[in-house]
Each structure stands twice: as C-alpha cells, then as structure tokens.
Design a protein around this ligand. Structure first.
Ligand SMILES: *[C@@H]1O[C@H](CO)[C@@H](O)[C@H](O)[C@H]1NC(C)=O
Length: 369
C-alpha cells in the first residue's frame, strides 16, 4: 500500500509544479536583469520599452522571448531597422543611446542577443558576455560601441554569429577568437581593430563568411585561412595588410568572393587565384602587387568583377583572357601594363577607363597601336 501511494504523490507534486505561476512566467531574476538593461538605454521615438512592464517578461515584451520549457529568457532581438509595424507607425528607423548593461549577463540561458542598428548606443561590450555559455547569436552591428572585443570571447563554444560591424571597437582580434568552433559568420567590419589576424585563424573550420574590412589590421594574410573548407566570402579590404597572397587561397573549395583591395599587399598574383573555379568576385585594387597577370584563363573562367587597378602590374594583358566565359567588370587601370589590348567577347563591353594610366597599352578602346 505504501509503495502504491508513491506514484500518486509524485503525480500530485508534478501537478503542483506545473500549475505554479513561477514556471509559466519569467523568473523575477530574469525580469530584474531586463529592467536593468532597459534602464541603461534610452529609446525616445518608438516606445518599445513601454511594452516592458508587468511581471511576466515572457509575454508581450517587445523583442523578448523565453524558452517555453523553463520560461527563462532565451532571446533579446532588438533591431533599429525593421519592418515591424511599430517602426511603420513612427515613420522612422530606431535611435537608441545609453549603454549595454552588464546585468544582461545574469540572463544565463540567453541564446540570442541582437541589439542592432540603433546608431547611438555607446560604451563597451560587457566583458561578462563571455559567460553566456548558451549564446549562439551576438549581433551588435551599427551602434557606437567602443573598447575591445572581450579577450576570452573564444569561450563561447556555441556561437555561430558574431557581428559587431560598424561600431568603434578597438584593440586587437583576441587570441582566443579562433577557438569559436561553431562560428559561421564573423563580421568585424568598420571598426578600429588593429594588430594582426591570428596565425591560427584557420581553426575556425565552420566559418563561411569572414568580413574584417575597414579596420587597421596589419601583418600578413595567415595561410591557415586556406584550410577553412566552407569559407565563401573573405573581405579584408581597407586595412594595412602586407606580404603576399598565399597561393593556397586560390584552391579553396567554395570561395566565391575575395576582397583584398586597399591594403599594402605585395608580390605577384598567384595563378591559382585566376584559375579558381568558384571565385567570381576578385578585388585586388589599391595594393602594391607586381609581376605579370598570369596567362591562365580558360573557357570556364567566370568573373563578375575583377578589379586589379592601382597596382604595379607589368607586362601584357594575358591573351587567354579572351577565352574566358565571362568577365563582367574588369579594371586594369593605373598599372604598368604594356602591349595590345586583346580583342574578343570579354573585352567588347569594356570602356577606356578599364585600361587608362598604364605604361603603353594600345588598341580599342584606347588609341590605335
Ligand atoms: C574594388 O575596391 C576599390 C577600392 O576599395 C573600389 O573603389 C572599387 O569600386 C572596387 N571594385 C569593384 C568592382 O567593386
């Protein structure tokens, strides 16, 4: 009899727990963390934080959602540019000032933190953010955040998206960043990040987009990048990167866009880059690249954009370029090229501006030879 009563008691306990309001609405500690987050920000035009009232932060708080199994806050999703009706009614994009309170680090079940495109949020990225071990998406693009990327960012083993582009982040790329073993999308563009790209950057084996443009990065392109099998887009433009282009980059399986323009890159153009099957956007302009353009184009060569302008390239325009399937935008201007501009389909639509300021190019669309 005594043992027979046990399941009944358990059932009773389970019933009590599932009916207790603390399980279906957000815990007071999560609510308190959100209130602290709210109180360090000011959003004067849309009134999104007016919805952040009452005890249950899991229901009808703009941009907040909870894990239904435990009612813990799982997502904060606040975008200052959105098609949400709240923006349409206000006829404007969002503007928010203030800072991101470190109190959000108490939301230890957070998987998504998006506080994007609010233009005026300043102050640092709270260093404690690296303790949010469930975090998958960290998107703080388009604010005015300053200070460094937290040094131990590499602890976030579940992070798939790290986007802090278009802020005023300074310091170096943390040595721990290549430890982000789940990272697929990295965007640090448009900040003030200096120092080298870590040599072991290639540890980021899940990465498909690496956007590091418009910073103050220096040193060489780590050759380990070429081991990132899934990398489709690599943008290092507008930095102070020097050294030569690792030939192995041209042999990457799915690389489709490579932007290295506006750096201090020297050496020649690896033939592999022009022979790559997937690469169709290549911008090497405004560097110190020299030597001849490798004569390696084939009938499957397909480039939507190939910008080699403002370098130190010499010799002729390779004849094999006329056999390419398609070359959309080609810019060879401001180099030291010499000789006859080949005739053929890829050249038919090009204007003189693609060839000007070389040593001695001639033929259509420039002067006759
Ligand atoms: C290549 O980069 C240069 C310099 O950053 C830029 O001016 C140019 O428009 C880019 N070329 C293409 C085809 O986008």
């Amino acid at each position: 009899m005594e043992f027979g009563a046990l399941p009944l008691i358990l059932l009773l306990l389970v019933t009590i727990f599932t009916l207790t309001p603390s399980v279906t609405s957000c815990p007071p500690s999560d609510r308190a963390a959100l209130m602290a987050f709210k109180s360090s920000l000011s959003e004067p035009y849309l009134g999104i934080f007016k919805t952040w009232s009452g005890t249950d932060c899991c229901h009808n708080w703009y941009g907040v959602s909870c894990d239904p199994t435990n009612s813990r806050v799982a997502d904060i999703n606040l975008r200052g540019e959105s098609e949400d009706p709240i923006f349409e009614r206000a006829h404007r994009t969002g503007l928010m000032s203030g800072q991101i309170s470190p109190e959000i680090c108490k939301l230890d079940r957070l998987t998504t933190l998006v506080v994007a495109d609010w233009k005026s949020i300043s102050g640092p990225i709270p260093a404690c953010i690296t303790s949010l071990s469930a975090l998958r998406i960290l998107d703080l693009v388009g604010n005015r955040l300053s200070g460094p990327i937290p040094a131990d960012i590499g602890k976030l083993s579940r992070l798939t998206v790290l986007n802090v582009a278009d802020n005023q982040i300074s310091g170096v790329i943390p040595a721990s960043l290549p430890d982000l073993s789940s990272l697929m999308h990295l965007d640090l563009s448009g900040n003030r990040i200096s120092g080298p790209i870590p040599k072991n950057f290639g540890k980021l084996q899940m990465l498909s987009r690496a956007l590091l443009a418009r910073n103050q990065l220096s040193g060489e392109i780590p050759s380990s990048i070429s081991t990132i099998y899934r990398l489709a887009d690599l943008d290092l433009s507008g930095n102070r990167i020097s050294g030569s282009i690792p030939a192995a980059i041209g042999r990457m399986a799915v690389l489709s866009s490579l932007y290295l323009d506006g750096n201090q890159i020297s050496g020649g153009i690896p033939a592999s880059l022009l022979q790559s099957k997937g690469l169709n956007i290549l911008n090497l302009s405004r560097n110190a690249i020299d030597g001849q353009i490798p004569d390696v184009f084939v009938p499957t060569s397909y480039f939507m954009e190939m910008d080699l302008a403002y370098n130190r390239l010499s010799g002729p325009i390779p004849k094999s370029l006329t056999s390419a399937a398609y070359i959309g935008h080609l810019d060879l201007s401001h180099n030291h090229l010499c000789g006859v501009i080949p005739t053929g389909s890829p050249f038919d639509h090009l204007e003189a501006s693609s060839f000007v300021s070389n040593d001695c190019l001639c033929g259509v669309p420039l002067r006759i030879c």
